[in-house]
Design a protein around this ligand. Sequence first.
Ligand code: ATP
Ligand code: MG
Length: 433
Amino acid sequence: MSQLQSLRGMVDLLPETLQRWQAVEAMARQHFQRSGFGEIRTPLLETTDLFCRGIGEGTDVVGKEMYSFQDRGDRSCTLRPEGTASVVRAALQHGLLSQGPQKLWYAGPMFRYERPQAGRQRQFHQIGVEWLGADSARSDVEVIALAWDLLASLGVGGLELELNSLGTSEDRQAYRNALVAWLEQRSEELDPDSQARLSTNPLRILDSKNKDTQALLEHAPTLTDTLCDASRERFAEVQRGLNALGIPFRLNPRLVRGLDYYSHTAFEITSDQLGAQATVCGGGRYDGLIGQLGGAPTAAIGWALGMERLLLVLEAAAQAAPDGPAAKLVAQVTPDAYVVNRGDQASAAALILARGLRARGLVVELDGSGAAFGKQFKRADRSGARWALVLGDDEVDGRQVRLKPLQQAGEPQSCDLDDLQALSVVLGSSSGA
Ligand code: ATP
Ligand code: MG
């Protein structure tokens, strides 16, 4: 029988990766807590209609990337391709917005039928924030700082913040007309995808990854040229706010974001470590979405970062700076002690010993192999534990446990097997934490 495999683009997360993953999520959770954002979890499965209305039929996500199917009750369902539409739906469904602005964050898997490659999967994971009911330029600055500071606290370097303003929907309409007029005269120079987008979603052409199209666009009219005075002043205020916080940014008049509901501020944070899939975090203001999903018109802003890409950047940062915060974050947790044991009495006592020390908060790995001491010591070394605790039947008879230092210079010693308190002090005090 042939070996069963996961579906293409669907990736297993194994313990080594998950340990890093958890460390990142713990940092993020703490960061959001400090900033007054509360966690929200929404279902992975929603009605297809939510994403059609919330993201837009003309987008790649809705047009070709959704995992949609009819369920047994013949409803059209879709595995969520992103978090924002679901969070807004939940906020509306539970009347959260009647209690005032909502600061929310989420983390979890998203599904898009894309071509898998480095940094691009079909099931991937995002951490994101949504601030519903925030309309000031200051809230844009705070939300961008939230992303920037999280990445900085994780020790990720080489990041660039790219910033643009999409203006109001009138500004965008005016720009769309100007851009379409300009591109129609040059449509034979566009790649086929971009030609198709001319009638469906022309702003997305700016996002094209085709080199010739990109070169052509160098000369195209920019959004910045069509912003009305109020939009222009708002954008300037956001930039002043970022400057005041010392957050560097680069204006990118071609940055549009893939989803239809964005207005005013749009931004991406990219890394020089990621090759073609360079964007770690993307976000912006979506003042039109809540109204579009049936709520009272409400301004909002948010962002999402890709966990898989973030972990790639973290690993690169850890290699570049072995003593830096990224390296600490990706370092594997090593046991405080590894219990080497052999013999009937010893293995029974070893289990009791390990449980007792774990109950006191120590990380203890218990060798269950019954192999020769030499073999067990090799494994103890490999585990990265600082101490081997050695139990043979002789030790148990004498109610003693031998401590052998593994990683650091230190003296071998013996401890009373029945005085776990004393033993845990010896093991814990050398933890270097
Ligand atoms: P891209 O242009 O790379 O396709 P996007 O504009 O579709 O990105 P968003 O919808 O803004 O991405 O999602 C936010 C972040 O989620 C991205 O910046 C990226 O880090 C991550 N992301 C998006 N799609 C994938 C995917 N298929 N695999 C892994 N990560 C992804
Ligand atoms: Mg995409």
